[in-house]
Design a binder for this molecule. Structure first.
Ligand code: ADP
Ligand code: MG
Length: 676
């Protein structure tokens, strides 16, 4: 068995389970092994009641001294309390809806329990601790990984499958030996073994760093290889008359930041060298119009342009806007997404090849299309940070001489820009269109919820609409977080039953998503509950309140991005960030959002706070998504990876003779991050 084998080869995984795992995008042994624990439960810390730790879960060795009768609370909820003793003091543990415990737990027996006690009615009280029979001491005192629930496969089963796979799989070392020596890293095989079953938590740290280095090295090599393969030469496109017409038709004047960026783009496009430019600017800073101006310049100079947006909704929005601007000028714009009919696609393809069509706006479906034209002069990626870097590269490959413009609403600090974009030039828009109001942001905890709902109600009464964002779709016993489906039920059947509530999430088909979005746009839906799938810039001017549940679970970049959806009209706009996390650090992070509406400032502050931060923090920095690493938290590793990747490429060492395993891994990386 190797990493690319199907999960069906793993003992215990049959068709049914494989189907479930597929739903969570786990297809190969590699996918499964790289499903890393989200955290560990460290059972090795043994405590007694006097030294109880109220902040951290620990193991307690206790005797069951009394069973209290089971109690029935409201609908379908039963509760049972057991009195326990650590030899010196008494305490209790409580379980909900686990009636079978009444029989399986026995008075007079000893158990290891693992949990975080509270002080309740003068006693230590554990709510639903994990427990082990005395005979299972070894298991009880181990460090055990906790996995996410994968497409309905429970985490215990996941742990078992992973151990099975680890026993049989062959994992070649990717990072060359001299680099492992230099940085004190484990091989990928060792690292995976440790991460899935560490003897102590500290081992897991080194193991994780080893995997991150491996991932970043492949990333940097893939990026470097691509840049090497590209020509410096490009087209010289300098006819700006069409762009001038568009400028004169706009109902506004460009802001200072837009003007500067436009000047940069014009210069780059006019030059005979290939343009390689990133425009970064907050949501609402007006990047789209720059894309249109570049498109106009490209078309006026006799070339064709491709514009890729991260979602269908956004592509359609861009298309409609572009259509209105370009049609009267005789420029033919087409929309091509995954849901475009095959027959229509064919026509667009032909029209593009024959030159009848000048511009195609679309989603990633664009680079699956075999578009043949040697007149493509410009590719634009409205990245909204959603595409992996390599996906953008793939679009570029359509025409290696064409200019490239990337737009992102996730400003990254300068220091990061250098490692992530290499030679790409960056224009930053730091001004906002006139009249744009700051979104008033408030952080609330659990006890603030009621007040927040009241505020929402008043808001709805005034005729305005609300976005609600949840971190999960379905409820999950391992994460006591607000799930979109549960919130939808509560809102639509109870708290806001007099209003129309809509639900949208990643598991819906794009038709379903579009239907809900359209209803929201038409104000037929007043409250839109979603996961972050729709974080991209949809424009609903009447929606001026954003409510985020468990905001501490999101990266600040994502929150900032989400917040950009409100405050697009004349009304005052609000953002309420809920968090049940009472750690100081989590609070400090969210307070940055209260303080500022400037994405650049937020990114810098976020990085300061995170620097070397949580071991297993949110692995979602809001920028490029890596499988293991986090760009913000592991920036140092990324720097080293870049230095080493550059050295390997400069020396020409990435070949089948010198580094066969590394080469294979880089190729696999390219395929994986490009594959749709
Ligand atoms: P983003 O940078 O998030 O992509 P958009 O390009 O979608 O921002 O612009 C947001 C809104 O601001 C659009 O409705 C756009 O027409 C408007 N806009 C863009 N530039 C200006 C400007 N200079 N003055 C006023 N409104 C502008
Ligand atoms: Mg945009």
């Amino acid at each position: 068995m190797d990493l690319s084998s199907s999960i069906l080869e793993i003992k215990g995984i049959g068709k049914k389970i494989a189907e479930k795992l597929n739903k969570a995008s786990v297809f190969t042994v590699e996918d499964l092994l790289y499903t890393l624990p989200i955290r560990y439960e460290d059972g090795s810390v043994l405590k007694d009641f006097v030294h109880a730790d109220f902040d951290k879960p620990a193991t307690y060795f206790v005797r069951l001294v009394e069973k209290k009768p089971r109690r029935y609370l409201k609908k379908g909820l039963s509760m049972q309390t057991f009195v326990i003793s650590d030899g010196a003091r008494k305490g209790e543990m409580t379980f909900f809806n686990m009636p079978y415990l009444d029989r399986s737990l026995k008075v007079g027996e000893d158990y290891y329990i693992f949990g975080k006690p509270k002080f309740f009615r003068n006693r230590l009280s554990f709510s639903a601790p994990k427990f082990f029979d005395e005979a299972k001491q070894k298991e009880a005192l181990a460090v055990s990984p906790v996995y996410p629930v994968l497409g309905g496969v429970g985490q215990k089963a996941t742990a078992r499958f992973i151990q099975e796979a680890l026993r049989d799989v062959f994992i070649p070392p990717v990072v060359p030996r001299y680099l492992r020596m230099r940085y004190g890293l484990m091989t990928e095989a060792e690292a995976l073994k440790v991460l899935h079953g560490p003897k102590q938590l500290n081992d897991a740290k080194v193991a994780l760093q080893s995997l991150i280095f491996s991932e970043f090295l492949c990333f940097q090599l893939a990026l470097g290889r691509f840049h090497q393969s590209k020509s410096e030469a490009g087209f010289s496109m300098e006819k700006t008359d069409l762009a001038e017409v568009i400028l004169s038709k706009l109902p506004f004047e460009l802001t200072e930041g837009q003007k500067e960026a436009w000047k940069d783009i014009q210069q780059d496009m006019a030059s005979p060298n290939r343009m390689e430019r990133l425009v970064q600017g907050d949501v609402g800073s007006g990047k789209t119009v720059l894309a249109f101006l570049a498109m106009a310049t490209c078309v006026a100079s006799g070339h064709q342009a491709l514009f890729m947006a991260p979602t269908e909704i956004l592509a359609k929005q861009h298309y409609e806007e572009a259509f209105d601007l370009f049609m009267p000028l005789g420029v033919r714009v087409e929309l091509l997404t995954g849901s475009t009919k095959e027959s229509k696609k064919k026509i667009i393809r032909e029209n593009f090849e024959s030159g009848i069509c000048d511009v195609i706006i679309g989603t990633h479906a664009l680079f699956n299309e075999d578009l043949k034209s040697d007149r493509i002069g410009l590719t634009i990626t409205d990245e909204q940070h959603r595409f992996g870097v390599m996906q953008r590269e793939a679009l570029q490959e359509k025409q290696s001489k064409s200019d490239r413009l990337i737009m992102t609403a996730t400003p990254i600090p300068r220091s990061l820009g250098i490692v992530m974009y290499g030679n790409t030039k960056i224009s930053s828009i730091r001004t906002m269109p006139k009249g744009r109001k700051a979104v008033q942001t408030t952080v609330i905890n659990e006890s603030g919820l009621k007040g927040a709902y009241d505020f929402m109600e008043r808001f709805l009464k005034s005729g305005q609409q609300i976005y609600v964002v949840c971190p999960l779709i379905e409820e999950n016993p391992d994460f006591p977080l607000h799930a979109a489906e549960a919130v939808y039920k509560y809102f639509s059947e109870d708290r806001f039953k007099n209003y129309s509530v809509g639900l949208i999430h990643g598991a819906l088909s794009s038709e379903e998503k579009n239907a809900v979005m359209e209803a929201f746009q038409k104000n037929e839906v007043q409250i839109l509950i979603s996961t972050t799938v729709i974080e991209v810039g949809v424009n609903v001017v009447n929606a001026n309140l954003l409510f985020v549940y468990d905001a501490d679970r999101f990266g600040l970049a994502t929150l900032h991005q989400l917040r950009g959806r409100v405050g697009r009209g004349d009304q005052a706009a609000y953002c309420i960030l809920h968090s049940a996390n009472d750690s100081l650090k989590a609070d400090e992070r969210l307070r940055i959002m209260e303080r500022s509406n400037d994405g650049f400032y937020i990114a810098e502050e976020d990085m300061k706070l995170r620097g070397g931060g949580d071991f297993f923090g949110t692995r979602q920095s809001g920028t490029v998504e890596f499988r293991v690493g986090d760009l913000f938290e592991n920036m140092d590793i990324m720097r080293y990876a870049k230095v080493e990747a550059d050295a390997i490429l400069e020396g020409g060492h990435l070949n089948a003779n010198e580094e066969p395993d590394l080469l294979k891994a880089v190729e696999a990386y390219e395929a994986r991050t490009r594959g749709i």
